[in-house]
Write a protein that binds this ligand. Sequence first.
Ligand code: AMP
Length: 634
Amino acid sequence: MLVFKKEPSEYVRYSTCILGFFSSSFLSAHQRLFLMAGRMETMEYEDGLKILEELTTNAHQIQERVLEDILKRNAGTEYLRGFLNGQADKQLFKRNVPIVTYEDLKPYIDRIANGEPSDILLADPITQFFLSTGTSGGQPKLIPSTAESFEQRMLEPTLEDLVMKKHFDGLDKGKTMCLFFVKPEIETPSGLMAKFFTTSYFQSNSFKNGSAKICTSPIDTILCLDNKQSMYCQLLIGLLQRDDVVRIESIFVSVFARSIKFLIDYWKDLCSNIRTGCLSDWITDPGCKNAVSLILTGPDPELADSIEHICDHKSWEGIIKKLWPNAKHISSIITGSMSQYISLLESYCGGIPLVSPLYASSEATFGINLKPLSKPFDVSYTFLSNMAYFEFLPVNKASREKAQELQFNNTVSEKASIEMTKENGNVEPVDLTNVKIGQCYEVVVTTMAGLYRYKVGDILKATGFYNNTPQFQFVERQNVVLSIDLDKTSEADLLKAITNAKLFLDPLGFVLTLCSSYTDTSSTPGRYVLFWELRMKESNDFPKLDPRIMEQCCSIVEESFDFTYKSLRKSNIIAPLQIRMVKHGTFDALMDFYVSKGASINQYKTPSCIKSEEAIKILNAGVIGKFFSPKTSF
Ligand code: AMP
């Protein structure tokens, strides 16, 4: 069913860049309108599949049109004028416009956030900023968004839904149990609001008139700013409607893991509410109370008994399948840093497939997973060619890693390290359709909303093509070593934090000789764990450990981390950081282990972050004291 919320002519306004191209293609007038609008709250299945074919078959032509349109509109802005002299010329763009990071655009973005007109950076008015979880100087990045670019992105959930329906029968016959949350917005001095992309999406009419209609969670429970009340009510309603649930969805799988932990803590209360028909007193949010009252309409002891029967066990193996027996799949991003949750979740799922549906960021929507049944480690995302103009900087991973390793190893010449980094710095980017299978790339985007040749910071590997569009596996976030949820702590962030703790320890006569770290997600919420080896300044003796001093070290480290870490930690989405003190010789055993695995003693450096379970076991075997960060003061 096609539902026009506006006059069709208004839809045509959107993405005029691809109008010319699509008017000559095989799509019907209605399909074209939807594609251009990127807005498909409701649409026919066949229409959607045709659009997907169009986007992937004619990717090259669409990309050219996208760039043409961006340049036509924006060549006269203060930023681009400096490189293009006002000419909307694609070749000039590639020759003259530099590939940049957020720091290069930040002065322009900050000026707009402080009240200057948007047209210093882009012709269309900025309507909101997205808060990226990536940070700049400890603060979240502000990513500009316009009305049109936001609408354009609404195409992705619709296409994602189509792909799911193609692979799983019966999704139309039930509801999605969603675990969706919002965060408070921040007002910039210009009056423009800054919020997370997902918050903006859940507040949008596209969501309210589309996916929200098949969610178990009423919109007021999703929009409740108190995440604890929100989670309780969403789980309660999901349990009340357990037989109707055909899929379960969260954006990132870390949220799903957290929700199960919450269920472990609260299932008795939830059962009691279902048994009595009365909502717990601590749910005070009026939107949540009202939404629940429309569904929890009376006592249901039978349902409470069956849930209790399932939950009242020591082992929660397969709990999801038992509680929501008709769920066909769980949809949640599980690649990249989220892959640490795979084994935990597989144990809870009871065989329900885990589907990683999309790859997106505050800056742009990149791609969707056309093979939802792929195993988590095999997932590739097919890029959507109308979402932005994409370029790819080839990355020689082996040489980059080597360069990093050398930088940490003073015994090898710095020159060699610089050479290798340079080798990777001089490469030219390639277009979307020219990537080579097997090659790793750093993704660069030019968007309708004021980002020009902007490095997102993600490394991807081209794994294949669907029609003429490449598919990519997510390899890694550049420079991130620790991540539990949306936090991204780089090696540099970690070293800075540890240096601050060292400054505190120094006057006390302690020397931190060796350290390493890992993210412990064996329980939820997960935490950062640091392994430390200390000695006394004056001797090689092991110091007497004073818990207050060690706790203070934990706090100093946490306080040194960025805004995202601190806000997640404050809301208990990340558990208190832990320092595990190890006895002398433990790091030698770690080195022996790596050497036995083939590392060169000459070039060995203690890894700042450890992924290998065997290596973590070795460090744990040497632990003689564990200290937690006390209550947060930030
Ligand atoms: P944000 O801008 O805060 O939404 O964060 C976006 C970042 O999350 C991306 O640049 C990626 O590093 C990461 N991300 C998003 N989608 C995926 C995915 N499917 N797999 C792995 N990482 C992802």
